[in-house]
Design a protein around this ligand. Structure first.
Ligand SMILES: [Zn+2]
Length: 442
């Protein structure tokens, strides 16, 4: 008995004086350009927490989330405990919003060329969204006739313009060789792929669009084609993956021959190493939880005889570019990126909970749908549906890629779900069932 009492006293002494922990904001002095800030963390059972006089509501496990508005300039938050002592002070400075706008400036037609590889040709002059229409290699001849934001307008044909970043082109004098010419085309086939080759006299701007099972390819500034545009349509088979590349005047479109019963699956545990990802109410780091989910999913898929590879299987940093190259090099056909969600600092963590699945290419949408359905069924999380978004790891057309946000790390209700027994098993079960159903319906 005495020993128990001593132990209790000892444990009590070990409790920190504050008996609460703020997981976010991580710094007590912050400068932001958002109109709000949230606090998430946990409060010890016997303690209570007030922020600027407002009592913080906690879940059974002590986790909490609360959001506050920010006024431009300095905002001070006092954290007080049961004894009404001020225990912490946070100073959040909101930057005064700046308005920037830029109008289109028309230019006389000018000749220039790309000065690097993988220059993104876009349908609008913005560095975001679903506006990528092609990727141009270095030394692609272009005609430009306008400038807006940090983009120059590329003349494609009478009816169509594209946009590239203005720092990705340099002026060039081409004299009488302004346009290119179409030369020939052919198909190469081997055990692993079928390749369509379209030859031109030089690198030219092009766009590729998949609609249903038809791949529309347009190459622009071609003198010997009507409206200076070469057009081709290729019929694709499930899962509709392809790769396209312009090099030395040749546009090649490669279609993989895929074993659709057991396609190679790449599992991508988000973040890692120096990049923790989001931080949860209970100070969990997203990178660790993503890795646990990835390992559970690998186990589940392997038990069903799938070929599975992981972009990382330890706590190490892997760049987005390396994740994509890995998946392409290994000829992965299905790519599952695992993440856990958070919200921008101005949003309210309490109203954001549940699972959501992202896709970029239309042909990845059925996989996103199927995984989202089975995942929410398995986890019991709120179904936030599927969304289209331009994330680097799911943009490639070489594989069917989705990004899954299994739950919100900063939402106290979701914290209870992901801290529950068998959470990772349920994630693995839901996602693998979603993949299987997708493959069956192809
Ligand atoms: Zn993430």
């Amino acid at each position: 008995m005495k020993r128990v009492l001593l132990l209790i006293i000892f444990c009590f002494c070990l409790l920190p004086a504050d008996a609460y922990e703020v997981a976010f904001p991580q710094k007590k002095d912050l400068t932001l350009d958002s109109n709000g800030i949230f606090f998430v963390g946990k409060v010890d059972k016997h303690e209570s927490l007030w922020i600027n006089g407002e009592k913080i509501q906690t879940k059974k496990n002590g986790s909490f989330a609360e959001s506050f508005k920010l006024t431009p300039g300095g905002n001070t938050f006092y954290l007080t405990n049961k004894k009404k002592d001020i225990v912490d002070k946070y100073t959040i400075t909101r930057l005064t919003p700046t308005v920037s706008s830029s109008n289109l400036v028309e230019l006389p037609m000018q000749e220039c060329k790309t000065n690097m590889d993988d220059v993104i040709l876009r349908s609008t002059p913005e560095n975001f969204g679903m506006n990528r229409i092609g990727y141009l290699p270095q030394n692609t001849d272009l005609k430009i006739n306008g400038i807006k934001n940090d983009f120059v307008r590329v003349y494609l044909n009478k009816n169509l313009a594209g946009w590239v970043a203005s720092d990705s082109v340099i002026p060039e004098q081409r004299g009488n060789k302004i346009l290119g010419e179409y030369k020939s085309e052919g198909i190469n086939s081997d055990n692993i792929s079928e390749t369509y080759k379209f030859k031109f006299t030089k690198n030219l701007p092009y766009s590729i669009k998949l609609e249903n099972n038809l791949l529309y390819t347009d190459v622009y500034n071609v003198a010997n084609c009507s409206n200076e545009t070469f057009h081709s349509e290729i019929t694709l088979k499930p899962p509709y993956c392809y790769s396209a590349k312009m090099k030395d005047g040749e546009l090649s479109i490669k279609l993989p021959k895929v074993d659709m019963k057991f396609p190679k699956i790449i599992i991508d545990a988000g973040h890692g190493g120096k990049e923790p990802g989001a931080v949860g109410c209970m100070s969990d780091l997203e990178k660790d939880l993503n890795l646990k989910a990835a390992k559970a999913l690998r186990k589940e898929l392997k038990s069903k005889d799938y070929k599975v590879l992981m972009t990382r299987n330890s706590d190490k940093f892997v760049s987005l570019k390396d994740r994509v190259s890995f998946a392409k090099d290994k000829k992965g056909i299905i790519f599952i990126s695992l993440h856990m969600n958070s919200v921008p600092e101005y949003a309210n963590p309490n109203t954001h909970k549940g699972s959501e699945t992202y896709y970029y290419n239309e042909f990845s949408k059925p996989l996103a749908k199927s995984v989202q359905l089975e995942l929410t069924k398995s986890l019991g999380t709120r179904d936030n549906g599927i969304k289209q978004a331009s994330f680097a790891v799911i943009r490639p057309t070489e594989y069917v890629g989705i990004l899954v946000e299994t739950a919100f790390l900063i939402n106290p209700e979701d914290v209870e779900i992901y801290k529950s027994k068998d959470y990772y098993k349920k994630v693995a079960h839901g996602i693998s069932k979603g993949i299987e159903n997708y493959l069956k319906q192809l």
